[in-house]
Design a protein around this ligand. Sequence first.
Ligand SMILES: [Zn+2]
Length: 168
Amino acid sequence: MAILTILEFPDPRLRTIAKPIETVDDGIRRLIDDMFETMYAAPGIGLAATQVNVHKRLVVMDLSEDKNEPRVFINPEFEALTEELEPYQEGCLSVPGFYENVDRPQKVRIRALDRDGQPFELVAEGLLAVCIQHECDHLNGKLFVDYLSTLKRDRIRKKLEKQHRQHG
Ligand SMILES: [Zn+2]
C-alpha cells in the first residue's frame, strides 16, 4: 500500500469532474487500499479520489471511533429525502485547518457499488448524510468552501497559499 499526496485548495486539479468507473477490478481495489491508508494516516474520515488526483468516481470513508468500519462508494449518487437544510460543521483534508458550517439536507438515499462491484443502497442521516454529499461534491469538482461567502473563501485561500509558499 502507499500513502498518496492529497491536493490542497486552491489547486485547480480539485476542480476536475471525475469519470464513472466502468469495471471494478484489482487496479481499482489497489487504489481503494491506498486511499484508505492515506485517509487513516492524514487522519480523516472521508476521501474522494479527486483529492489524490485520480479522476474516477470513488469515495472511501470511515466514520467509526475505532477506525474499523471502512466504507467504499463507487459511482455514488444520492437524493435528498428532506427539503429543509441544516447546518453541520465541515472540514476537509484538502482545506486543512479550516472548519465551517455548511447547510445541507440531513437525510439522503445513497446508491453506489461496493468494492466487489455490487450495487447497494442505504438511507443515511446526520454525519454519514453530510459526508457522502461532501465527497460527491469532490467528484464534481466542488469544495465545501464554495458554500461560504466570497470573503471567507478568499481569506482561506490566501492563508493556504501563504502556507504552500512557506512549505513548498
Ligand atoms: Zn473534502
